[in-house]
Write a protein that binds this ligand. Structure first.
Ligand code: CIZ
Length: 326
C-alpha cells in the first residue's frame, strides 16, 4: 500500500517552493500556523505549533498573531475560534470535517437528555460547537476519566465516541455511563489480529493505543492514552520499540523527538482522509485569500465556551499536552 506520508522527489521540489511562499504570506498576514498531530509530515514541518486539539486552541490564545491557520479538522478550528473570538481562524479546506463529530446533532442530544433528566452530559472535544453548547462539560481523551470522576451526578450521558465512553466506564465503575453510538472510522480500523501480528513481528515492542480504538484492541495494549500522553509516555519509557495504534501522522513527531526509538503501526489503514485533505498548496491558498474563516455564533459560542471552561477548571493547565515549537 502507498504510504501517504512519503513523497516523490518531484513533490519535494514543488513543496520547497510552496514552503517559501507560505513563509512570505505568513509574515504579510501576521499569521501563525498550527497543526494537529495527525497532519501530513510536511504540514507538521511548517507548523509554528503542533499538538492535540485542545493544546493547540490554548496555545492560540497566547499568540499575538492576527490570523490563525488551523491545520486540522473543523471542530478543532471551531474550538480555536470559541477560545479566540477576536482572531481570524482559518481552516484551509472547508470539507475537512470529522465523521465522529457528525454522528451527533444538538437535536438528537436534546432528545437523549429528555430520556435521562438526571444525567450530566459530557462531550468529547470531537464534537461540533452546537453539541458542546448542549453539554454540561467537555473532555479530551487525556482528561475524560478525571472529568467524569469530578461530577456529582451518578449518571452520565457520554457523547459521541462509544469506545472512549466504554474505556471511561471501565475506569469509573461507580458511575453509570450512557453511551452514544458514535465511533472514529479511522481508529476502529485496527483489528485484534493486526495487533497480534505486529506483536509477533516486534516481540520487544510496547503496545500503545488510543482510547478511540475498539475494546478488544485496548485489551491487548500495555498503555492507553491520548496523543499528548503518547509523547510523554514514549519519552520516559525504557523500551526501544513501540506499536502505535492511532492515526499515522503521529509517527512524524514521535520519530523526530525519539530518534533512537522505533515505531510501528499495526496496520497501514490508520489514515484519516479528512486530516490528510490539508496540503501545502491549500495552506498557501488559505493565507493568500484569507479562507475559510471559521466563526461560531455568539449564543452557541458562550454556551460551548462554558463547557470548555468547566473542563479546564477540573483539569487546570492541560496535562499530557505536547506542544512543539511553543
Ligand atoms: O483531541 C485531539 O486532538 C484528538 C482528536 C486526539 C488526541 O488524543 O489528542
Amino acid at each position: 500500500m502507498m504510504d501517504i506520508n512519503k513523497l516523490e522527489k518531484s513533490d519535494l521540489k514543488y513543496n520547497e517552493t510552496l514552503k517559501k511562499k507560505i513563509e512570505k504570506l505568513k509574515s504579510k498576514r501576521n499569521a501563525v500556523i498550527i497543526a494537529h498531530n495527525y497532519q501530513r509530515d510536511e504540514i507538521q514541518e511548517i507548523a509554528d505549533i503542533s499538538g492535540d486539539s485542545l493544546a493547540l486552541s490554548q496555545a492560540a490564545v497566547r499568540t499575538d498573531a492576527d490570523v490563525i491557520v488551523f491545520c486540522g479538522v473543523k471542530f478543532m478550528a471551531e474550538s480555536a475560534s470559541i477560545l479566540n473570538p477576536d482572531k481570524t481562524v482559518l481552516l484551509p479546506v472547508m470539507e475537512a470535517g470529522c465523521p465522529l463529530a457528525d454522528m451527533i446533532t444538538p437535536e438528537k442530544l436534546r432528545a437523549k437528555k429528555k430520556e435521562h433528566p438526571a444525567a450530566a452530559v459530557v462531550c468529547y472535544v470531537n464534537s461540533s460547537a452546537a453539541v458542546k453548547a448542549e453539554s454540561d462539560i467537555a473532555c479530551t481523551s487525556s482528561n475524560a476519566v478525571e472529568v467524569v470522576k469530578s461530577l456529582k451526578e451518578k449518571e452520565v450521558i457520554f457523547v459521541p465516541d462509544k469506545n472512549l465512553g466504554r474505556y471511561v466506564q471501565s475506569q469509573v465503575p461507580e458511575k453509570k455511563i450512557i453511551l452514544w453510538d458514535g465511533f472514529c472510522p479511522t481508529h476502529i480500523r485496527v483489528q485484534e489480529e493486526d495487533v497480534l501480528k505486529a506483536k509477533e513481528l516486534h516481540k520487544d515492542a510496547e503496545v500503545i493505543a488510543h482510547p478511540e480504538c475498539h475494546p478488544s484492541v485496548l485489551a491487548l495494549s500495555d498503555h492507553i492514552c491520548s496523543t499528548g500522553g503518547m509523547f510523554t509516555y514514549v519519552k520516559q519509557s525504557r523500551s526501544k520499540e513501540f506499536i502505535i495504534s492511532t492515526e499515522s501522522g503521529m509517527l512524524y513527531k514521535l520519530q523526530k523527538d525519539n530518534p533512537d526509538k522505533k515505531f510501528y503501526l499495526p496496520t497501514q489503514n490508520l489514515v484519516c482522509a479528512n486530516m490528510k485533505l490539508i496540503t501545502l498548496g491549500w495552506v498557501a491558498h488559505s493565507l493568500e485569500n484569507l479562507v475559510y474563516e471559521v466563526k461560531v455564533s455568539d449564543d452557541v459560542r458562550e454556551k460551548a465556551k462554558a463547557a470548555l471552561d468547566r473542563m479546564l477548571a477540573v483539569t487546570g493547565e492541560k496535562k499530557g499536552a505536547a506542544i512543539a515549537g511553543y
